[in-house]
Design a protein around this ligand. Structure first.
Ligand SMILES: Cc1cc2nc3c(=O)[nH]c(=O)nc-3n(C[C@H](O)[C@H](O)[C@H](O)COP(=O)(O)OP(=O)(O)OC[C@H]3O[C@@H](n4cnc5c(N)ncnc54)[C@H](O)[C@@H]3O)c2cc1C
Length: 432
């Protein structure tokens, strides 16, 4: 029995444990199904290359998070990097964000984007659905050349069924002046959007700072302990080996849809909810390339349908340690929603073939290849989620269960938010 049981030692679970201990509380147990901690914030090493579970860059705009990184990890272990990100469409590279960097695109595309912005519909209330939100903020041209095809690729979900509730800070808005300037001038460095500057560990990939966080814990993390059932009545979690652990308060960071299915509760209709909560999967293909400085870009967005991937990045530009000397490394990503394995394999084959063709990589230049699958990647913000998620989380709270983190809380959140959520969770428990 532990007063507090935490499921999942990803960043949010580790942060909750760290902050509980910081507040002097040790009557907790943290259980993780994998052999190591870190969840999505891990890195793998292969043939001298380091690959993250797809590109993971540290964005810091919160004072406490900055202080945490300074004190617990040390900024001297990070490179500070100014974003060089691009969009590839109509055979042209334009700087990100698309809406203020139209320079270089065919003149009819630029005209359509500017005209669409000027004639965009206005609404009194901000639209609730994503398709209308884009139209009223950016107009038809920008919607059709970038936002609609790109978001459909990253979410694998029709834009008309997406809600606008996730947009917030992720989509920088613009003015007509900025748009016209960006159409007339050659692309230049801009500090727009939440990811204009980022930090990246000099060594060991993104896992470096997660290991530092783990290293702060005085209590053990119980790895290889997969929760397979939650007995709500007896306030007890059951593990795959049949062992059990009782709790007063349960903190869940595993994906909410799976968690709900493990409660096998009929009264709350959690089984139904677990099927209605949608989340896509991402396949992350990593290539080690026998060429120095293969690209000077950090990453490129691909909105066009002809490419299965939505983004390709170059991690040798985050830290030299990511690739052996004289080599470069590339990560690509495509998403799918519950596609059968043979279709995913086909998408992967096409993605690899097109990446090599587009970026002119010869087979003999390939040093290594690592495919990483991320079964829960982007939560789908549809109307069902917006209406029902608060009710589900409240019903769990009534049973002393806090479901938090990117997948426990069923949302779009960054590493910074994961760390901060663990802090506020610990404070909620200790300082009610
Ligand atoms: C494609 C992609 C790109 C991203 N890029 C960035 C980025 O550039 N910058 C950034 O800040 N953030 C990025 N993120 C977000 C970041 O990965 C998350 O915010 C963070 O990893 C969430 O941590 P978590 O602990 O909430 O979830 P997770 O990392 O999913 O941790 C949950 C843990 O629960 C464990 N678990 C699951 N089921 C069980 C079970 N039954 N029993 C016991 N344990 C279990 C899992 O093994 C895992 O360790 C990205 C995310 C994705 C998907």
């Amino acid at each position: 029995m532990a007063d507090v049981v935490i499921i999942g030692a990803g960043l949010t679970g580790l942060s909750t444990a760290y902050h509980l201990e910081k507040l002097g509380f040790t009557d907790y147990k943290l259980f993780e199904k994998e052999t190591e901690v870190g969840g999505l914030c891990r890195s793998v090493h292969q043939d001298g290359f380091t690959f993250d579970y797809t590109g993971h860059l540290l964005h810091i705009n919160d004072a406490y998070f900055k202080e945490f990184i300074a004190n617990v990890v040390g900024f001297e272990h990070f490179n500070t990097i100014h974003r060089k990100s691009f969009i590839y469409s109509q055979n042209t590279y334009t700087h990100y964000p698309f809406q203020v960097n139209l320079h270089g695109l065919p003149s009819e595309t630029i005209a359509s984007c500017i005209e669409g912005f000027i004639t965009r519909p206005t609404t009194k209330k901000p639209p609730l659905d994503f398709k209308k939100w884009v139209l009223t903020n950016f107009g038809k041209g920008i919607a059709e050349y970038f936002f609609y095809p790109y978001q459909e690729k990253i979410f694998s979900y029709p834009v008309e069924k997406l809600s606008a509730s996730w947009t917030g800070r992720f989509v920088p808005k613009t003015s007509l002046t900025e748009m016209i300037q960006g159409a007339l001038q050659p692309p230049q460095e801009q500090q727009i959007g939440y990811n204009a500057q980022f930090f990246y560990p000099k060594q060991e990939g993104i896992y470096f700072w997660i290991k530092k966080l783990h290293g702060q814990l005085k209590q053990p993390v119980y790895t290889q302990r997969e929760v397979t059932h939650i007995n709500l009545a007896q306030k007890q979690v059951v593990f795959s080996d049949g062992s059990t652990e009782k709790y007063n308060t349960l903190i869940n960071t595993m994906p909410l849809n799976i968690f709900l299915s493990l409660t096998q509760s009929t009264t709350q209709n959690f089984a139904h909810a677990s099927k209605k909560l949608l989340c896509n999967s991402v396949v992350n293909f990593n290539l080690g390339i026998k060429r120095e400085n293969f690209s000077d870009k950090h990453w490129i967005y691909y909105p066009e349908k002809q490419y299965p991937f939505y983004r390709i990045g170059f991690s040798h530009n985050f830290a030299h340690s990511m690739a052996p000397q004289g080599h470069s490394s590339l990560y690509g990503e495509f998403s799918h929603l519950q596609k059968p394995p043979h279709e995913v394999q086909q998408m992967l084959a096409t993605a690899l073939e097109q990446t090599k063709k587009l970026l002119k990589i010869e087979d003999h230049e390939l040093a290594t290849e690592k495919i990483i699958t991320i079964p829960h990647a982007y939560v789908i913000f549809d109307r069902w989620r917006d209406t029902n998620l608060p009710k589900i989380l409240t019903a769990l709270l009534d049973k002393d269960i806090h479901s938090i983190g990117r997948y426990g809380g069923w949302k779009y959140s960054s590493m910074q938010e994961g760390l901060l959520e663990g802090k506020s969770m610990a404070e909620k428990i200790i300082l009610p």
